[in-house]
Design a protein around this ligand. Sequence first.
Ligand SMILES: C[S@@+](CC[C@H](N)C(=O)[O-])C[C@H]1O[C@@H](n2cnc3c(N)ncnc32)[C@H](O)[C@@H]1O
Length: 328
Amino acid sequence: MAYADFVKMYAADRKVSPESLLQAKPLSFPMSTNSRGEQMIEFLRSSLALELTGKRVLDIGCAYGGFSIALAKAGAVVSGVDVSKPFIDYAIVNASETAEVDFHVADASSVSIRKLFPKGSFDFIVLNDVLEHIYDTTGLISNLDWLLNETGRFYFKVPNAHSPRWAISEGHRKIFGLTLLDPDCWFHLYPKRASIFYRRLGYFQSIFEHYNFPKLLFVDQEAVFERFPQRKLDREFKELAKRARTFEYPNADVKVYLRQGISRFREEYLYDLENSDFGLVQFKYGSYFFTGFAGRPSAELSPIQPAVGIKGLGLVAERGSQHDLLAE
Ligand SMILES: C[S@@+](CC[C@H](N)C(=O)[O-])C[C@H]1O[C@@H](n2cnc3c(N)ncnc32)[C@H](O)[C@@H]1O
């Protein structure tokens, strides 16, 4: 009943019928919380053979609770935190009578979370579609260093700032050019606070390492090595240039900033083509999301699937496709 109660609660808050929410195909981001959580468990098992029974797991940015519920059903001892109280209220209803999860309203980028959980409280942390919503990512990752034990690992999935497809239409707002504009200019194209921050691959690699998570394993969820020959990437950059010519810029400043951003982006692509392994180019520009794991120096991060070592990336394991929904 718990999921049904959550759907009813969500529907009542939006003044729509639960049936209309459940009939949507595919299910919306909130409605698919439980099924996406189940898929993640499958992914954890099939990429790392992760044994969850009895493991202490924290789901950061747990929102409607589906990932926390799936982790608890898989035998983990789970805490879920979210900065938003309404989300935690949904998660509590969703988990009731189904799974035992210790939910809290908490800002995971603030040191205050250290009062909630003693040092080294967790074996594993989940950050699914969360990193891009956090401005103070260094605060967050330094907290992971506090929260995880000496062999701790975390899972992340984050939209790729280098994707030309996201530049053509940003995944959350479906707006041209946002990912190539500095966030302080987003208001020109999107009038509200967007709460989305696109960071470069190297930014994540360096802060993970800085906060004592030097081990990194990416998983090629989208089969980019098969699906992205150079001509396909070239085509996307051409499409981006075409859109830049026909786009109705709201004012002259945006036109200048966005065109600068597009030109910088294209120069970097051409530079990478000439100077980097082609595997890095495919992964960096072909992926919609970066999915993977980071861990302590002594953490176990051996993939089950075949993996390739790529200069500038490290180890990338193969894996078939998973969901690619983004929050509305
Ligand atoms: C796109 S949702 C992802 C939800 C869930 N992990 C999933 O994949 O369905 C991002 C979530 O991160 C939460 N969040 C953003 N900043 C946060 C912070 N500083 N601390 C904790 N949660 C945060 C948001 O409230 C939101 O629920």
